[in-house]
Design a protein around this ligand. Structure first.
Ligand SMILES: *Cc1c(COP(=O)(O)O)cnc(C)c1O
Length: 304
């Protein structure tokens, strides 16, 4: 842990703040947003929390290369490239698919942080165990796609240390692999209900993957996964989603992305209007960052 104490990101934790939403959006329900997007312009949000304990372990094991997996627009890939560099390590990103004609912004950014990019065809990508076996090297520390794993969940569990936790009845976040939600389940207080807004279409397998990161007692904690706001699936988007993101920006000056937090904030607004929360609810929404993903939208789609 010591090696990471003085790095930029630890310093940047001071940037995190909690913002109360205007009641014109939320009616009588009090909604606070934890702004993890303010952590860092590129490596914002939950990805750094999920990575930090992996890096500490890698350093402890004297590994010099961090290798991980992701898509061409993955927040996790950029965050891994940056975090590895911060920790004085090299990094390798195994990327799903073929090298495109145009390299994505995400991969260019990752490369600018020194990441070596290697492409995997879709079949190989689905079998990371095999890739790990074939590329085994004593200097390499491997991290799963999205930072999935107990170490990642334990890192995400420290997110809630940045809020005055006791006052909240509800905690809501976006769910990709579910690693962040697993961490929040671990660290939430017994009276708190957790709600995960799925941004991918496979609710059942995600629930299993989340439970795999929890102890038997933790799986009994009250948490729900809501599958109604995927907008068609991972990284799919509609006009109304983008409009809602613009509205949020103009009303609250909160930027969001179309893959994760745009769907999260759409869901929160809709759930408020449907009475999912009560007048006595105090809701903490985790803005998990990830704004770099908007780089793949056509220019001028969003006002931020
Ligand atoms: C990766 C990501 C998530 C999903 O986190 P999981 O731990 O994979 O569920 C949510 N929000 C943002 C902005 C992300 O980049």
């Amino acid at each position: 842990m010591i090696a990471l104490q003085t790095d930029t990101m630890t310093e940047n934790l001071k940037n995190i703040l909690t913002q109360t939403l205007n009641t014109s959006l939320t009616g009588q329900v009090l909604v606070d947003v934890m702004r993890l997007d303010l952590l860092h312009p590129v490596v914002s949000g939950n990805k750094w929390f999920k990575l930090k304990d992996y890096l500490a372990e890698a350093i402890q094991q004297q590994k010099s290369i961090l290798a991980t997996f992701g898509g061409a627009y993955s927040n996790h890939i950029v965050a891994s490239a940056f975090a590895a560099r911060e920790a004085g390590m090299r990094s390798i990103g195994y990327i799903r698919g073929e090298p495109g004609k145009q390299v994505s912004d995400t991969l260019l950014t990752a490369r600018s942080f020194g990441m070596e990019i290697r492409y995997l065809d879709r079949v190989s990508f689905r079998n990371p165990e095999k890739v790990i076996q074939e590329n085994k090297h004593p200097a390499i520390y491997w991290v799963r796609e999205g930072g999935y794993g107990i170490t990642g969940a334990n890192g995400a569990a420290t997110i809630l240390q940045h809020a005055s936790l006791l006052q909240y009845t509800d905690i809501v976040c976006a769910v990709g692999t579910g690693t962040m939600l697993a961490g929040l389940i671990k660290s939430a207080l017994p009276h708190q209900r957790l709600t995960g807004i799925l941004v991918v279409n496979n609710a059942n397998s995600i629930r299993e993957e989340i439970n795999r990161l929890l102890t038997p007692e933790e799986t009994l904690k009250p948490y729900s996964l809501i599958p109604d706001y995927t907008f068609g699936g991972y990284a799919k988007h509609t006009k109304s989603l983008l409009e809602n993101m613009c509205d949020l920006w103009f009303a609250e000056h909160i930027p969001s992305d179309f893959v994760y937090t745009g769907k999260l904030f759409f869901a929160v607004k809709d759930l408020v209007s449907k009475g999912y929360f009560t007048k006595k609810s105090r809701v903490l929404v985790i803005h998990s960052g990830g704004l770099q993903g908007n780089g793949s939208l056509p220019e001028n789609t969003l006002p931020f």
